[in-house]
Design a protein around this ligand. Structure first.
Ligand SMILES: Cc1cc2nc3c(=O)[nH]c(=O)nc-3n(C[C@H](O)[C@H](O)[C@H](O)COP(=O)(O)O)c2cc1C
Length: 167
């Protein structure tokens, strides 16, 4: 049996869950034994060799469920890989203010527990569903820039994780 991997994610509207699923697919194809779960549904990480943990970023912060999982003591004994997801809109790529896309507290916590990475992937906003703020934000963005999740970039990162944990 391959190494056991958990891909856990914090989400409000589902976009980050799809990123987690894509990462999980790559790890599973590489022969790892993978669970993909919402961070709030994870009871413990002691059964896993590696944990990929990500969150959607809102107002410069990770979501509570993901922060909570990141602060767990038992995570300190795991191989950990972190991702944030959020930037949308035309300015997203060259945007100043890294702290709004890669929350510094998360990076620091990652460094303390020896996480391998804290990468940032583009996010997605939809004008359907969600609250007033989300719908307004989506409407203010050119439709071509509402979903900036780059599936190739995500797959490349996941392959790097898979290679780092090859048997
Ligand atoms: C009210 C609001 C605030 C947001 N704040 C940020 C932010 O500070 N930084 C960022 O990178 N993305 C921000 N975003 C974009 C979201 O992180 C992005 O839409 C993400 O993909 C949502 O993921 P989810 O569907 O998994 O919740 C914000 C979106 C909304 C609607």
């Amino acid at each position: 049996m391959g190494k056991r991997a958990l891909v856990a994610y914090g989400t409000k509207s589902g976009a980050t869950g799809e990123i987690a699923a894509a990462i999980g697919d790559v790890l599973a194809q590489a022969g790892l034994d993978v669970d993909v779960r919402r961070a709030g549904h994870v009871r413990g990480v002691e059964n896993y060799d590696l944990v990929v943990l990500g969150s959607a970023v809102y107002m410069g912060r990770w979501l509570h469920e993901a922060r909570r999982l990141l602060s767990r003591r038992d995570l300190e004994g795991c191989e950990v890989w972190l991702f944030s997801s959020g930037p949308v809109g035309e300015q997203a790529r060259g945007r100043e203010g890294e702290k709004w896309t890669r929350p510094p507290r998360i990076t620091r916590r990652g460094e303390r527990i020896g996480a391998h990475d804290h990468v940032v992937f583009g996010g997605s906003v939809s004008e359907h569903g969600g609250g007033f703020l989300r719908r307004n934000m989506a409407k203010s963005i050119d439709p071509a820039f509402r979903d900036l999740r780059d599936w190739d970039e995500i797959a490349v990162w996941a392959s790097k994780i898979a290679s780092a944990h090859a048997e």
